[in-house]
Write a protein that binds this ligand. Structure first.
Ligand code: SF4
Ligand code: SF4
Length: 135
């Protein structure tokens, strides 16, 4: 379990790059992974994605960098206090992640052009996108 109670600094000045993660309610950046995928174009492409988003905690989005699967699953190394259990040995992608403007500041969904959180939402899009959807 990660931290669940939001913590806010007494003043803006207390919020620095060094202290910010300590104030973060749920260490959101450690609770999912994303996987880049080829831009879906055909009915077959979307049919496959419908299968993928039918699985729990799998969603799909498009942002300015392209299309991605979003797998909501916390990292096994995330500690109850929100810290990293392998901090000194954490993977490079974790080291490279900047907290300059992250999910403490705004939900990532704000940067999404399209977001399909489940089968129903993607199916509705498919039916709009393809005049004849179905078999
Ligand atoms: S980088 Fe941002 S989302 Fe991640 S733990 Fe720090 S403040 Fe929270
Ligand atoms: S390895 Fe540590 S920093 Fe990286 S995602 Fe897991 S808990 Fe977060």
């Amino acid at each position: 379990m990660s931290k669940s109670i939001p913590i806010f600094p007494d003043s803006e000045a207390d919020l620095t790059p060094e202290t910010k993660c300590g104030f973060c309610a749920n260490s959101k950046c450690c609770t999912y992974i994303t996987q880049s995928i080829d831009t879906p174009r055909s009915k077959a492409d979307f049919d496959l994605l419908l299968w993928q988003v039918s699985h729990e905690n799998i969603s799909l989005y498009q942002d300015s960098d392209g299309w991605f699967l979003l797998i909501d699953n916390p990292c096994a190394h995330l500690q109850p206090d929100g810290g990293c259990g392998i901090y000194d040995d954490r993977p490079q992608i974790c080291r490279d992640y900047s907290n300059d403007f992250c999910e403490y500041d705004a939900p990532a969904t704000e940067g999404f052009k399209r977001y399909f959180e489940d089968y129903e939402s993607l199916l509705a899009y498919c039916k709009k996108r393809f005049k004849r959807w179905g078999r």
